[in-house]
Design a protein around this ligand. Structure first.
Ligand code: FES
Length: 57
């Protein structure tokens, strides 16, 4: 599933970035060499990152 259509970032990419230490969507996107544009995806990306971090804790 695509999380960020501006950057074609998939849910799997965001989850992997979170598991690799990204604590917020900006860090996750930066680790993929991208950055937020319209910002519409940020709430969902934040949720995914929170889920991954909770699962890892
Ligand atoms: S959908 Fe992610 S920045 Fe636009």
């Amino acid at each position: 599933m695509v999380v960020c259509s501006c950057n074609a970032i998939r849910e799997r990419d965001v989850r992997e970035a979170a598991r690799s230490g990204a604590g917020c969507p900006i860090q996750a996107y930066a680790s993929l060499g991208r950055r937020p544009r319209c910002g519409q995806c940020l709430p969902f990306a934040r949720e995914l990152i929170a889920e991954e971090r909770a699962a890892a804790a």
